[in-house]
Design a protein around this ligand. Structure first.
Ligand code: SAH
Length: 393
């Protein structure tokens, strides 16, 4: 059966984005006729302009706002195990140049030329996430490609991200190969436990690696509050770097249990506290307790565009409360992993929060995710992680 084509009308406002190289084409940019609507969600298509110009090969979902995600510049490109092996091989070569141990995000969707595909590597274990109907249909060739380039012992499909619903996909977690989902992550010279099947997202947040190292560098002899600690990524490294006291705060008991285990494995002590961060910060403030380093790395407060205003307010409040418990001369990090708040807005809200806390602050570092989370240059909004570090008077 020959491949179906999707047509971009000649005069279309947003089509300009694709014309200048963006890998996304929105549903209002294409001719959504009966033939297009009849194409099964996620099918591989050729994308052409009305004028005959070829935009390349992509996958299509008439039900998704991002209707087409382009995979290759040419029409009729073969999307098979060899295609995925070539893209994943390129992604692997890049990580091999950056890291000396096989612990990293191996594939970061559009940033690695594979929209909808996220793969984290933990030595010989891989977690694979497909976020779109198009990539879901390619699981078999993707796995075949991974077998070819890496031959991992364990492969776990973590297809339970809530955003899959936007593509009409249901959530599931499945071990395709191997059986051990409790593994050890090696990062910044520390060893952390992670549960790749039951843990949050893919079980470990590689995106904060470089920010953890930055904080550890400042931690010797200091007191540290790691709020929204998850399994202790920041706190344990700070303790290892010689922090005087580390309090790890989270609402998840299983995450805190892993944090305590990991602390022991690294020969350090942390104090794990199960509480709501806002409530605990209020309590600490009332008790007059402060820390030399305060980290606040919450779950996304702006889950969709309609949450922007309440989410922005929540970041402002978090910055204020976190500043209240930061000691004079201390360092505060506030992070956001919300795709839907722009960097400037996030920085503005944090600045307001600090002002309301009555603290003079100097922004000493603005960072995002590490280099194993590459960003497509024409999709700057996919740089979701923002971390702001302030030195407070
Ligand atoms: N800093 C972590 C990642 C944080 S992910 C790291 O470096 O790995 C966000 C964390 O916030 C999750 O562990 C989640 O359990 C926790 N969380 C969500 N809502 C919370 C709340 N209201 N109070 C405390 N923790 C919360």
């Amino acid at each position: 059966m020959s491949r179906k084509s999707i047509i971009l009308p000649k005069i279309s406002k947003g089509g300009r984005r694709a014309r200048s190289g963006s890998p996304w084409i929105f549903s209002n940019e294409i001719r959504m006729d009966e033939a297009a609507k009849a194409i099964v969600p996620g099918a591989v298509v050729n994308v052409r302009g009305e004028d005959g110009r070829a935009f390349g090969t992509g996958y299509f979902n008439s039900k998704s706002l991002i209707a087409v995600r382009l995979l290759a510049e040419d029409c009729d490109a073969a999307i098979d195990a060899d295609f995925f092996a070539a893209r994943l091989g390129r992604a692997l070569a890049l990580r091999d140049r950056i890291y000396d141990k096989p612990f990293y995000r191996l594939c970061h969707a559009e940033g690695d030329g594979l929209p909808g595909l996220v793969i984290d590597r933990f030595g010989d274990t891989l977690t694979v996430q497909t976020g779109t109907a198009g990539m879901e249909r390619q699981i078999d060739p993707v796995i075949a490609a991974l077998e070819k380039i890496l031959g991992p012992k364990t492969i776990i499909l973590r297809n339970d991200a809530p955003t899959r619903a936007l593509e009409g996909l249901s959530p599931y977690v499945k071990t395709l190969k191997g059986d051990s989902h409790r593994i050890t992550v090696e990062e910044n010279g520390a060893r952390y436990g992670a549960d790749l099947a039951e843990g949050q997202k893919t079980g470990w947040y590689y995106d904060q690696r470089d920010n953890r190292a930055f904080i550890a560098h400042l931690a010797k002899g200091k007191t540290v509050l790691d709020a929204y600690c998850y399994t202790g990524g920041f706190g344990i490294l700070a303790a290892k770097a010689g922090a005087k006291e580390v309090v790890c705060l989270d609402s998840s008991a299983p995450a805190l249990a892993i944090a305590e285990e990991s602390a022991r494995a690294n020969g350090v002590t942390i104090k794990a506290v199960k509480a709501d961060v806002f409530e605990e910060l209020e309590r600490l403030k009332a008790a007059g307790e402060t820390f030399d380093i305060v980290l606040a790395d919450p779950p996304p407060f702006v889950k969709s565009r309609k949450d922007l205003e309440p989410g922005a307010k929540a970041y402002r409040k978090l910055a204020r409360l976190a500043a209240d418990v930061t000691a004079p001369g201390g360092v505060l990090m506030v992070a956001s992993c919300s795709h839907n708040i722009p960097q400037e807005r996030f920085a503005q809200e944090c600045a307001q929060g600090l002002l309301r806390a009555g603290r003079r602050a100097a922004l000493i570092r603005q960072a995002g995710a590490g280099p194993d989370h590459p960003v497509h240059p024409l999709l700057p909004e996919s740089a979701y992680l923002k971390a702001l570090f302030y030195a407070l008077d």
